[in-house]
Design a protein around this ligand. Structure first.
Ligand code: ATP
Ligand code: MG
Length: 422
């Protein structure tokens, strides 16, 4: 069974509003084992809506409409769905009465326009909307054609406001849909890797996942991270889980310690988890990232047990006074240098009493460095990681703008800490 979502509303064809209902609906449908094959956004225009509805009915088994169920001239979803299905609308007395009561309760006369909210696709089930005036309509029907086979179609009209659509769908539509669809159980897994090119991940993993056509594999790349999502739908949960586990097991063996998480945890989560397992603490001295690494770590609840804190040492003077970097080291080599990264990591470790000290110093651009750093390229970043026994320094060349260089520097720092704890 495949679905199409039609989001009705001219506002979503402007640069100001986005269709977010379809994201919610897609996830809920996937959980029922239904794949969303098409999404359409249409303005409040009867001809356009009817055309979109006709196309959707020809190519999808389940067609969901969001919005356009209000009382105004531009709320046309009911009319368009009826035209595309070639059926009539009936005016429902119970809805009409409920509408009248809503207005009476607010002591205002009901405008005649509102009556059209009681128009229901003939044959549809009406699902009460606790949070608004437009009820949901659910039609499970058969479309007969003169030249082809007759086809089952499920058509669902949902109100546009997310606060109305979501509870209606979760509480009333999901039970109806799951009762009328073949039982399907979903198993999902997610593997995450940092700082590896997407093409490398795909080259190494596609020979494996291509052997599992019944498991949907998606590669998502972004912000120094690659995610592999696996989804299997089967008549039993055990079957679905077994397929996903077998595939993820083989991919874990191939990518080995490049994988930092296999159940959806973030890189920050994993770093803190591994510090906890080894009973270690961490402190940070950040220059070009201005506290971004500390922010990412402290965003995780409970991080205070393993992340002690640190210092933002943006100026040369604070590198010396806060983290004990010898002033002549900065003057000779420049703040963005191997010796300074090393001294910063060691200095913050000793001053805070942490087991590990991490330092980040770099040129985020777009303006070049000063003094001894004037000739160094933008994107040059040094990381230092100091422990009681040794200090490791890493030189990075990060491409992109200031925002990207700063974020990737923290991503590399987290990955450096993670790998040191393996
Ligand atoms: P009513 O007109 O009674 O409020 P409706 O069912 O006609 O309900 P719309 O008029 O289309 O719904 O939308 C009402 C509001 O809901 C919009 O202003 C918008 O803020 C929000 N909305 C509508 N469609 C979507 C969507 N696809 N995604 C996110 N928000 C939406
Ligand atoms: Mg609208």
């Amino acid at each position: 069974m495949i679905a199409e979502i039609i989001a009705a509303g001219s506002e979503m064809l402007t640069p100001h509003r986005q269709d977010t209902n379809s994201l919610y609906l897609t996830e809920a449908l996937n959980d029922l084992g239904v794949q969303v094959a098409f999404k359409t956004i249409v303005g409040d225009n009867l001809a356009h809506l009817t055309s979109a509805a006709t196309i959707a009915l020809a190519r999808a088994d389940i067609v969901l409409f969001s919005g356009g169920l209000g009382p105004t001239e531009d709320d046309l979803t009911r009319e368009a769905a009826a035209l595309a299905l070639n059926i009539t609308l009936r005016r429902d007395p119970a809805i009409l009465e409920a509408l009248a009561k809503r207005f009476a309760a607010r002591q205002i006369p009901m405008p005649p326009n509102n009556a059209k909210q009681a128009d229901v696709l003939t044959g549809a089930t009406v699902l009460d909307n606790k949070n608004g005036s437009a009820p949901c309509q659910y039609l499970d029907t058969t479309l007969f054609s003169s030249d082809g086979p007759s086809l089952r179609k499920i058509v669902i009209l949902l109100p546009g406001p997310p606060k109305e659509l979501k509870p209606l769908f979760a509480e009333q539509v999901v039970p109806l849909l799951s009762a009328s669809l073949p039982p399907r159980f979903l198993a999902k897994r997610q593997l995450r890797m940092a700082l590896i090119p997407e093409s490398t991940v795909d080259a190494r993993t596609s020979p494996i996942y291509k052997q599992y056509p019944d498991v949907e594999t998606t590669i998502l790349a972004g912000s120094g991270e690659i995610q592999l999502h696996f989804l299997s739908a089967k008549p039993s949960l055990a079957e679905a889980q077994a397929r996903v586990d077998e595939l993820t097991g083989r991919i874990e063996a191939e990518m080995d310690d490049a994988i930092f998480s296999s159940h959806g945890e973030s890189l920050e989560d994993i770093v803190l988890l591994n510090l906890g397992i080894r009973d270690l603490t961490l402190a940070a001295a950040e220059s070009c990232t201005g506290g971004l690494l500390s922010e990412r770590l402290t965003a995780i609840p409970g991080s205070s047990r393993y992340f002690l804190g640190g210092a933002i040492v943006y100026s040369d003077a604070l590198k010396t006074s806060f983290a004990g970097v010898p002033a002549d080291l900065v003057a000779t080599w420049g703040p963005v240098s191997e010796p300074v990264a090393r001294a910063l990591a060691e200095g913050i470790r000793t001053r805070t009493g942490a087991s590990l000290g991490i330092s980040i110093t770099g040129i985020a651009g777009p303006t070049p460095g000063t003094g001894p750093d004037a000739q160094k390229p933008i994107g040059l970043v040094y990381l230092g990681l100091a422990s009681a026994t040794s200090t490791e320094v890493k030189e990075l060349h990060i491409a992109g703008d200031r925002e990207r260089i700063r974020f990737w520097a923290t991503q590399h720092a987290l990955e450096l800490i993670r790998r040191s704890l393996l």
